[in-house]
Design a protein around this ligand. Structure first.
Ligand code: C2E
Ligand code: CA
Ligand code: CA
Ligand code: CA
Length: 285
């Protein structure tokens, strides 16, 4: 009866209402996908530019929809955030990444780290139901109960630092105190007040790929990257360049003293077994 109703009235339905329905359907599908284990985490290598070695990875979520095929995170993450589903999904990604980091720490490199993208709602949840927060405590967050090492780096955006409420900022600081490292994603695209870099003791800056993709010798984009590296290093922050696609970009970034590179030049996001194969191939030379 439900689908007949949709057919009958679909023609008259204002397009905004139809868009809202599509959204709702996508959110329901996403919820089912999480329950049925149809989401996947891919890992994109992060390479130390001075040595060419893979030192880290970024966890990137993928959704293979049974009818629609691959749905881009750019499409479904905003819906997951709007619906609150991102909290459960984010926990799942965090756990996958944590276990993978433990495996790679055992097999490849005891310092190996995986960075995980965080949404604001993942920091907000503790206190949303109970009103104003008490003083944050190390163990107040579900993720912190189990994970307190440096296996995981949280990727947050400038917006989360600038626009977030007091309670989110307090929660971020509580994460920091527990030893979890933080990376500032998409750096240069927002409205960062540079004082936040110091205040939150950021460990890594990720230069946004929009600066890297068009970078050539003598370009303004290169000058910006160089300036970010100098500033980062003066503050004790390591710098990661995203979207490295060409050998020229790699050389310019290495010349600028950038610490790490991530991008299609090195590898696309990979499944864990693909990642293992790549590492073994590299080890053999
Ligand atoms: P992001 O965090 O900025 O991730 C980097 C994006 O750049 C990824 O897109 C990656 O596949 C892509 N990329 C990597 N190297 C290159 C390159 O050399 N050239 C180009 N053109 N692109 C490159 P992806 O995987 O489609 O993810 C899109 C966005 O979705 C991410 O942007 C992130 O904001 C969000 N996202 C992905 N996974 C998660 C997650 O688990 N949780 C949350 N909250 N957000 C996620
Ligand atoms: Ca990211
Ligand atoms: Ca980014
Ligand atoms: Ca982004």
């Amino acid at each position: 009866a439900k689908s007949r109703g949709r057919n009958q009235f679909g023609y008259f339905m204002p397009s905004m209402q139809r868009a809202a329905q599509n959204k709702m359907r996508t959110v329901n599908d996403l919820r089912a996908a999480l329950a049925r284990n149809q989401l996947r985490v891919l890992y994109q290598p992060i390479v130390e530019l001075s040595s060419g070695r893979i030192r880290k990875a970024e966890a990137l979520l993928r959704w293979e929809h049974p009818q629609r095929g691959a749905v881009s995170p750019a499409e479904f993450i905003p819906l997951a955030e709007e619906s609150g589903l991102i909290v459960a999904i984010g926990d799942w990604v965090f756990q996958q990444a944590f276990h993978q980091a433990m495996r790679w720490r055992a097999s490849i490199d005891p310092q190996f780290q995986i960075s995980v993208n965080m949404s604001p709602a993942q920091f907000r949840r503790q206190w949303s139901a109970t009103g104003p927060p008490p003083l944050p405590h190390k163990r107040s967050h579900p993720l912190l109960g189990r994970y307190s090492g440096s296996e995981i780096v949280l990727e947050i955006t400038e917006g989360m630092l600038m626009e977030s409420t007091h309670s989110i900022r307090e929660q971020l600081l509580a994460f920091r105190e527990s030893g979890i490292q933080m990376s500032l994603d998409d750096f240069g695209t927002g409205y960062s007040s540079l004082s936040y870099l110091k205040k939150f003791h950021i460990d890594y800056l990720k230069i946004d790929q929009s600066f890297v993709l068009k970078m050539v010798a003598g370009s303004d984009d290169l000058a910006l990257c160089e300036a970010i590296v100098v500033m980062g290093h003066k503050l004790g922050i390591k710098v990661i360049a995203e979207g490295v696609e060409t050998q020229e970009q790699r050389e310019l970034l290495t010349g600028a003293g950038c610490d790490f590179g991530q991008g299609y030049l090195f590898a696309r996001p990979l499944t864990a077994p693909q990642f293992d194969r790549l590492l073994r191939r590299r080890d053999r030379g």
